[in-house]
Design a protein around this ligand. Sequence first.
Ligand code: ATP
Length: 456
Amino acid sequence: MPEEKRKVDMDKIVSLCKRRGFIFPSSEIYGGLNSCWDYGPLGVELKRNVRDAWWRAVVQERDDVVGIDASIMMHPQAWVASGHVEGFSDPLVECKNCHLRWRADQLSGEKCPDCDGELTEPKMFNLMFKTFMGPVEDNANVVYLRPETAQGIFVNFENVRSTMRKKLPFGIAQIGKSFRNEITTGNFIFRTREFEQMEIEYFVKPDTDDEWFNYWVKERFNWYLKLGIKKENLRLRRHGKEELAHYAKDCYDIEYLFPMGWSELEGVANRGDFDLAQHAKHSGKGLDYFDEETNERYVPYVIEPSAGVDRSVLAFLVDSYDEDIAEGETRVVLRLHPALAPIKVAVLPLSRNEKLVPMAREVYTEVHRHFMTQYDDAQSIGRRYRRQDEAGTPFCVTIDFQSLEDKQVTIRERDGMAQIRLPLRDLVSTLQAKLSGEAFTTQPTWSAKAVGTRED
Ligand code: ATP
């Protein structure tokens, strides 16, 4: 699809996020803080669901990957060993006229994009945030906020291997905050200075690395498809030789067609034995592996799938955003996969009539024991459906006057707006089945069949 034809622009996503409580500018009452964002009540649920889906897929449903949660601040030598102190830099140029700063490798021309002024020669700028540990602010106490979660995994390689009695191949996964003092930020939560990563370091026998590299590229690509990302909006881009980091053997970016164009969502790299060998050298601790099958000792190679939580959230929001016509009006709907939807079920009494409320409250009490549920009785039923559509809620349960007589309720589905009526006693089991992908009367976009077609 040509990029200019995409109907979602970022402004629509930003304003929906604000309007519905997904994401707010940070410190907004003070005028905001450049490139910092706060996740609101719906955003925090969406983000948790993204993390949980990843953790389930890469840790809980596998027996060869385990998780850790390492500290953000690490021994400063770890960043010397990893190469970040020396080389984690971007080329910075400054406009001699307006003094705006730019990343030289991201500019297309030689002039300032803002005022056309002349630019300074590029200077390398290290992206690590520095702070001091303890009360004395001197060089001996410098620590860094980690710019990636990966190094916390490498330094724990031997702890995890020996305590979990793991044999190769095995992986260690981690989710957590990272910090980069990016020269330029922007495109909402796409590039910020504080962000969250989901990383796996998968350790393998050296001559099996190509095979595992291909495996993880496929595995990670399919993860996005299974969660509803449209195939035409996702692609793989292999790094050219000149783009590869000096230690990397191979690298693919999984790219998504964001409103500003194709951009990296996740990187999958074959890092060879660079990281473990570096940490072994700088720490003086052996990080090699004894292979009982072959009686050999070697430093494992590592395959690294490295994804961003916030970038994934943005991709899921952009991909699921849709506008259609309902009752003659434009309807904004987030067609989120139910596993990601912040609210799974909304319970809506037809009105605030005192006869309806007790039954509606009873239904809510029962349903919200099972699913993230919202009770809403404010304004007309049409307005409430629209609100839930914008929040991406897959199902609304409506209680009307007939319900008081026949103990039946209506489920209304988000994507096709179809409705079914069913006995109250079947409500929870039916919602469970439908949230797991069972077809509604009309086919929801994310149902098992629809996802199957995309994966083909
Ligand atoms: P870019 O080229 O976009 O700066 P990168 O190649 O430096 O990214 P990696 O170091 O491979 O990124 O980081 C892995 C993942 O972490 C990225 O694919 C992205 O999802 C996420 N990420 C990296 N930097 C940022 C950032 N500043 N803001 C939000 N997410 C980020």
